[in-house]
Design a binder for this molecule. Structure first.
Ligand code: SF4
Length: 410
């Protein structure tokens, strides 16, 4: 079975009918390349950590270019096509020739997915039936709130009632996963409960809640913090409790990012599975494992269960994937082992990290660890618990092998 992702290009905010007030990319500055796992060792900066992470596309791609690219990739695809996903930096609902695009992709006769839309570009409720008639099987739709006035104010949706009416019709016909960035005092509390009720009554499969980020340590790495001066945000613990409480009140699945997916007991569901933990390799050497502040206590508990997890160090950044060289500069190298393992997806160039981490005069080996150790609430929404556990087993086994290969003999 093969899947095809159709990239339509576009820029967040600019190809979304204007920025939502809470958009991660609002006020984003053009920053120098971060360095990442895709960069060659001799050069800091590649397409991924310069253009792609900043979603610096020139605009939506021309329909003809999308059609040619799709056709070319279809010809080299092995196996039956099981799903076609529309994705891009801009919002698919704002794509100028959206109906033609859908008609084109419907011709492939595979279920169609829209990876993400805010619905801001949809003005005519009839589009819902058009999408169903053309094979749309699943979509992720930013609801923000079921109150159209809040959508208008915070998302700048010019036709919020039409967008909600489309969402309503799709909920009754296909698999809809709604999403909302949650801002305290804006769309949490009673507003959020009413949004959950609205979605559940209409048949949404799930709701993914995202904690609003307003500070650099929350992951705003594009020089754009604060997004909304003075806007409060939930602590990680407050947010986890909010998600857990809501998930217990509704039948539809509710998960949150960074924490948690109560239906699956993830992230780090493996901590509730002692038999699986026992199948991981034992930690036999000592290295420093650097990670984000949210994951650190979990990673330490897993490594402790495998022998010795005392080398886990959290930086001042919530999410491991968004660690940059600045976070490493804040560490005291003297407290690190000679082998340092970075998160696989950290935005750091290894030679630069090596330079920074030898500030105390000790040479250190910097190794890039596995890409993922678990699935966050956004990733796990469409997954079964077994899939999350398999992902965690694979990630931790790879991490422990690295510790045992490069670490200091105990
Ligand atoms: S629709 Fe999404 S990408 Fe576009 S401005 Fe809003 S949050 Fe940003």
């Amino acid at each position: 079975m093969a899947q095809l992702v159709v990239d339509i290009g576009g820029r967040p905010g600019l190809d979304c009918r204007g920025f939502c007030r809470y958009c991660y990319f609002r006020h984003a500055k053009e920053v120098p390349p971060f360095g990442c796992r895709h960069c060659p060792p001799f050069r800091k900066g590649c397409d991924h950590c310069s253009r792609s992470v900043q979603e610096r596309y020139p605009g939506f791609l021309d329909l003809r270019a999308i059609a040619d690219d799709t056709l070319a990739r279809l010809q080299v695809l092995e196996g039956d096509l099981s799903r076609v996903t529309i994705s891009g930096g801009g919002d698919p609902s704002c794509y100028p020739r959206f109906r033609e695009l859908v008609e084109l992709l419907a011709g492939m006769e595979a279920p169609l997915h829209i990876g993400y839309t805010s619905g801001k570009g949809f003005d005519d409720p009839e589009i819902a039936q058009f999408l169903v008639d053309h094979g749309l099987a699943e979509l992720s739709f930013t609801v923000f709130a079921a109150d159209p006035r809040l959508r208008k104010k915070w998302m700048h949706d010019p036709t919020p009632k039409a967008s909600l009416s489309i969402l309503e019709r799709l909920c009754g016909e296909i698999d809809v996963y709604a999403a909302a960035v949650v801002l305290p005092g804006v769309n949490d509390g009673e507003v959020l409960v009413r949004t959950c009720e609205w979605l559940e009554e209409r048949g949404a499969k799930g709701l993914i809640l995202m904690r609003f980020a307003n500070r650099a340590e929350n992951g705003l790495i594009l020089g754009n913090a604060p997004l909304i001066p003075g806007q409060r945000q939930h602590t990680v613990e407050e947010f986890r409790d909010l998600v857990t409480d809501l998930a217990s009140q509704f039948r539809m699945r509710i998960s949150g990012t960074p924490l948690a997916d109560p239906g699956l007991g993830s992230p780090f569901a493996i901590l509730q599975e002692p038999d699986l933990l026992a199948t991981l390799p034992r930690v036999q050497r000592r290295a420093t494992v650097i990670t984000g502040s949210v994951a650190a206590p979990f990673v330490k508990r897993v490594l402790d269960a495998c022998g010795d997890g005392s080398g886990v160090v959290a930086v001042e950044k919530d999410i491991a994937d968004l660690i940059t060289i600045d976070d490493l500069k804040d560490l005291d190298p003297a407290e690190l082992e000679q082998a340092v393992i970075l998160p696989g997806r950290a935005f750091v160039h290894e030679p630069e990290a090596q330079e920074v981490l030898r500030a105390d005069g000790t040479e250190r080996i910097v190794i890039r660890g596995p890409d993922t150790l678990t699935a966050d609430g956004e990733t796990s929404m469409g997954m079964a618990r077994e899939d999350v556990l398999a992902m965690e087993l694979e990630g931790f086994a790879a991490l422990i092998r690295l510790i045992n290969q490069f670490g200091r003999v105990l």
